[in-house]
Design a binder for this molecule. Structure first.
Ligand SMILES: [Zn+2]
Length: 697
């Protein structure tokens, strides 16, 4: 007689159940069998397989094998499937010995080894069992039709029987099993175009099975599915349904764009009509990119992907991220019920979008970013920004050398500012401020750290360096990530490599910072006036040097450090003020920011806690971001000469000519009025000769 061990040994061990699960499965089966009225008095679970099979045949039971597959999507653990299958088997007077239970524990995706399936096929081919039980036919393979093929060829064609426990399909029911399997296969994959009736049951069926559709697209609302399990957050599960009012608006826009309306005009109209916007949008106003994205969304064709993304909480970033699921977890459904736009119209719009690609094509590969490529995020549009929301500027314009307001066509002060000019002008002003206030800064910063701490000086120095390096690397990482969307496939791959390298460097830098910080016993920091002086010479140079076209790969940290210093010196925000000048082609563009000189200097010296008072630091500054017209450029000087030094227009002109600016008194009069105009004020009426007595002849 064969020992159970030996008998089972003919089947591979890979793919069999664990002893623990085997015990549970047997207990489960026995319990269900008892309820079915199967006489278990002479059944011995510890007997050999052959003895148990003999017992089963004597009692008129069929012999079953089963396959359990782990599926992340169905949230149905292998153990649950095994137990469910065993119970279902007992209910049908089938005995499932644990030796004939096969398990495929999914490792993710394609490389998965199908040990359970291999083992199961052997059992079937040798006809050790006559019935196969699985949870779902369609999930035996990644694609439903292959599952169908397997059942047909490896089970039914061998004269055996298969049961899908989860779907209630039994191949013994020759009339319906194929249709049912086919229908479930469709639901698992695609199509569903056939009959509206099917679509309806298909969609809610999908939701019953726990598929999700993610955030709803504009134009759709959620309709509750009756009888479906609640979501993880305990809310009723909802299927998308067309929102007729919004759908009408969407159709109108597709028609307009298909007929040649400029995208910008379409966008403006959408916003003007108060068209809905993604509820996650912070500004409450659809952006141009979102408008384009809307026009290219295949969901309006009724093509919906289910389960493609799953929400996952990211503790580090402190928000919910959407994570792409492997392809085989995605189901594409085509539903006329969800269609808003016809194929023809949609295609026409796609053609127009294709011709109208937006955005920067990215820097040519291998080009080092310049300072003005990295600090665009500091600039915000003054016309659009409110105290609550800043609308920042983005790279744009011809060849991407400019920047423009995020609101694009909706911006009342639509203008493209050359980034290089703007950043260089700000740098020049920052350099002037640093040099001009050197004395004050030196006194303030040096005094605040005026404590005896020679002992720690070296360590503090090291810590400052380490922190700086860490911060620079973090910024670099952010900056690189910002560049990630641009350029060719190769550019992106290169950027990704850079990001990985930077990340590794940063974590090393962080460990270094921690080490030094631990070494320092929270002692007071001392900064000498010399240190401040050195740094004050250093920073303007840093800003100036980083703007040369030096291609030095070794030293590309320098550029990121400069960008970091720039950001902190301008307080992270430069409001871009556009002055439209009616009747003139060019408008004036100025930047306004509040310099953070003292904090930045102190931080650069590794003493960020030292600064308390902000005594007489330079207040808000205004700088030309674009070279102004000649007479606008001298407006401030003219204002000083006339209003502060009380010169007459004629004398002011004379003085200006002495300063090398060729103007006449008429120019000065114009420039004087321009100064008030730019401040949003009206120029006062000056008395003749600015109140001075007529010069004696
Ligand atoms: Zn704007």
């Amino acid at each position: 007689m064969l020992s159970p061990k030996k008998h089972r040994g003919e089947l591979p061990e890979a793919g069999e159940v664990t002893p623990d699960l085997a015990r549970q499965a047997q207990a489960c089966w026995a319990e269900a069998a008892r309820q079915q009225g199967i006489d278990l008095t002479d059944f011995d679970p510890s007997a050999s397989l052959e003895q148990r099979l003999f017992w089963a045949k004597q009692h008129g039971l069929e012999i079953g094998c089963l396959l359990a597959r782990h599926s992340t999507k169905l949230q149905h653990s292998t153990g649950d499937q095994v137990r469910d299958n065993c119970q279902a088997a007992a209910a049908r007077r089938i005995y499932t010995p644990s030796e004939y239970i096969c398990v495929d524990e999914a490792v993710s995706g394609r490389k998965q080894r199908r040990d359970g399936l291999v083992r199961l096929t052997m059992i079937l081919e040798r006809r050790l069992a006559t019935v196969l039980l699985v949870f779902m036919f369609s999930r035996i393979f990644r694609t439903g039709y292959r599952g169908f093929g397997f059942i047909q060829e490896s089970v039914v064609d061998l004269g055996l029987r298969a049961i899908s426990v989860g779907q209630g399909i039994d191949t013994a029911d020759e009339k319906t099993w194929r249709q049912m399997t086919y229908m479930y296969g469709i639901m698992d994959e695609m199509l569903l175009t056939t009959i509206a009736q099917h679509v309806k049951s298909g969609l809610s069926g999908l939701f019953r099975l726990g598929f999700v559709v993610g955030a709803l697209t504009i134009g759709y609302t959620g309709k509750e599915v009756e009888g479906a399990p609640l979501t993880n957050r305990g809310k009723p599960r909802r299927v998308p349904a067309v929102d007729p009012k919004v759908a009408k608006l969407i159709r109108k826009h597709f028609r307009w764009i298909a007929r040649g309306m400029p995208l910008a005009e379409g966008h403006r109209r959408w916003v003007r009509a108060g068209g809905p916007v993604d509820p996650r949008c912070k500004t409450g106003e659809m952006s141009y990119t979102a408008y384009r994205r809307m026009l290219s969304n295949p969901r309006y064709l009724g093509v919906w992907a289910f389960g493609r993304k799953r929400n996952r909480w990211n503790a580090r970033l402190d928000y919910t991220q959407q994570v792409e699921q492997p392809e085989d977890e995605v189901i594409i459904v085509r539903s006329d019920e969800l269609r808003i736009v016809s194929d023809k119209r949609f295609q026409a719009v796609q053609k127009r979008l294709e011709k109208n690609k937006t955005g920067s094509r990215g820097p040519s590969s291998g080009k080092q970013p310049q300072l003005w490529d990295l600090v665009t995020d500091c600039f915000v549009c003054a016309a659009c920004s409110t105290p609550k929301i800043d609308y920042r500027m983005y790279q744009g314009g011809a060849h991407g050398v400019g920047m423009k307001c995020k609101r694009g066509n909706l911006c009342p002060a639509r203008v493209i500012v050359n980034r290089k000019d703007a950043v260089l002008n700000v740098c020049q002003m920052l350099g002037d401020l640093l040099r001009h206030d050197a004395d004050l800064i030196e006194r303030t910063v040096a005094r605040s750290g005026d404590v005896d701490a020679n002992q720690n000086e070296r360590l503090l120095d090291e810590l400052a360096q380490a922190r700086k390096r860490e911060r620079v690397l973090l910024r670099k990482e952010d900056d690189l990530e910002e560049l990630l969307g641009e350029g060719t496939e190769d550019d992106r791959a290169a950027t990704k490599r850079k990001i990985r390298a930077t990340r590794a460097q940063r974590s090393a830098a962080h460990m270094e910072t921690e080490r030094i910080a631990a070494e320092i016993e929270h002692g007071p920091k001392a900064i000498t006036p010399e240190e401040v002086r050195t740094l004050l010479n250093d920073l303007p140079n840093l800003l100036a040097n980083s703007t040369t076209d030096d291609e030095n790969d070794e030293d590309d940290d320098q550029i990121y450090r400069a960008a970091d210093v720039f950001r902190r010196l301008v307080g992270g925000r430069i409001a871009v003020i556009v002055e439209l000048r009616p009747g003139r082609k060019k408008c004036n563009v100025r930047g306004r920011f509040t310099p953070q000189i003292l904090c930045t200097v102190a931080e650069e010296l590794g003493n960020s806690t030292a600064i308390t008072g902000s005594e007489s630091t330079p207040g808000e500054q205004t700088v030309w971001l674009r070279e102004p017209p000649r007479l606008d450029a001298i407006a401030l000087r003219v204002h000083e000469l006339i209003d502060i030094e009380s010169l007459s227009f004629r004398d002011a002109a004379k003085k200006l000519r002495e300063e090398g600016i060729k103007v006449n008194s008429g120019n000065v009069w114009y420039s004087y009025h321009r100064w008030y105009e730019m401040q949003g004020l009206t120029a006062p009426d000056l008395p003749y000769n600015n109140g001075r007595p007529r010069k004696p002849k």
